[in-house]
Design a protein around this ligand. Structure first.
Ligand SMILES: [Fe+2]
Length: 199
């Protein structure tokens, strides 16, 4: 069967959860594969930042990120197993992730903590927006999948706040306001921290 030779998507289910139609299951599997790719990407990106952050705030950011990695890895496992429970085949290899994703690789290397935090602000904003869209889409076909995504989103939003609290000033403004890419956010945060910005 042609469907068994699909390498860039998941095999269509031959069985699924009772009460869910095959066509809804297929849609849910595709949607969850996209969330799985985002979460796997996020877990790797958070470790990349953990290793590459430098400067006076090194230890605060370095140690803040490991619990976030642990939380995201649990979300990865839960999401992949939901795909399998629905009768799909979760794709968990790096090649499949990169081939399927619609976003660019995280593009900040060794850099100051505030630059990484600014870039992570953009990363978290993207995944939370996509998770919230998935929460809306799953409302009708599968409230159980939706419940899983809501729980994940709650944790992602709290982690996003941890990141943003470093970028916030006493009146509540974010140094990354208006930035839509990791690089432009990192540049804004870098500028905030430069000697010129403190004159
Ligand atoms: Fe470490």
């Amino acid at each position: 069967m042609a469907t068994t030779h699909r390498h860039n998507g998941n095999r269509k289910p031959s069985f699924t959860i009772p009460g869910i139609s095959d066509s809804d299951a297929s849609k849910l599997i595709d949607l969850l594969q996209d969330r799985l790719n985002s979460l796997n990407d996020l877990a790797l990106t958070l470790k990349h930042v953990h290793w590459n952050v430098v400067g006076p705030h090194f230890i605060a950011v370095h140690t803040m990120l490991d619990p976030q990695v642990d939380a995201v890895r649990l979300m990865v496992d839960e999401t992949a197993e939901r795909i399998a429970t629905l009768g799909g085949s979760p794709a968990g290899t790096p090649g499949r992730l990169v081939a399927a994703r619609s976003w660019d690789d995280y593009d900040v290397g060794r850099a100051d903590a505030l630059e990484h935090l600014a870039a992570l602000d953009v990363v978290y904003a993207g995944i939370i927006e996509a998770h919230r869209a998935a929460i809306s889409t799953t409302e009708e076909p599968d409230p159980v999948t939706q419940d899983m995504l809501i729980g994940q989103c709650r944790e992602l939003e709290q982690a996003h706040w941890f990141v943003r609290a470093h970028l916030e000033d006493a009146v509540g403004s974010l140094s990354t306001e208006g930035a839509h890419t990791e690089q432009s956010a990192a540049e804004r945060a870098g500028a905030m921290n430069s000697p010129a910005a403190h004159r």
